[in-house]
Design a protein around this ligand. Structure first.
Ligand code: RB5
Length: 148
């Protein structure tokens, strides 16, 4: 799978660790974040990663800041993005199964490396259920977006 990843200055080390973890599993990872020692603003990384997802170049996106919150606020402003800010495995799984989330956000000041690896593994390997009731609700989210 081709996955876009981004981060701000709160998370370059965790971003690099997650990137390597995904590459070890054979995924291609496009890095849109800043490097250790650099400073960057989370909305810029969020917009860059979301653009890779909405263009179809990448199937999924991963965004890491201090809390994951700022990244999720910015990502959810992008038409077609459903970004899930998760620090527990149940939410990460359901964000895919029920909500067909296409971006995962989490915080480098919230979760450690081991939890981050498990969150991304669950997110990347869980398919959308395709259930009609979930699709209907997702379509309603899209309808809200279209009304704005
Ligand atoms: C940056 O200090 C911090 O505000 C950012 O990484 C993030 O946690 C925002 O939501």
């Amino acid at each position: 799978m081709k996955i876009a990843i981004g981060n701000d200055h709160a998370a370059p080390e965790l971003k690099l660790a997650v990137k390597a973890h995904l590459e070890e599993q054979g995924h291609e990872v496009i890095d849109m974040g800043c490097a250790p020692g650099e400073r960057c603003d989370y909305p810029d990384a969020a917009e860059a990663v979301c653009g890779k997802v909405t263009s179809g170049e990448c199937a999924l996106g991963i965004l890491i800041c201090g809390t994951g919150l700022g990244m999720s606020y910015a990502a959810n402003k992008v038409r077609g993005i459903r970004a899930a800010c998760c620090s527990d495995y149940f939410s990460a799984r359901l964000s895919r199964e029920h909500n067909d989330a296409n971006v995962l956000c989490f915080g480098a000041r919230v979760v450690g490396e081991g939890t981050a690896f498990d969150l991304v593994d669950i997110f990347v390997n869980t398919p959308f259920s395709g259930d009609e009731r979930h699709q209907r609700r997702i379509d309603k989210i899209t309808a809200i977006e279209e009304k704005q």
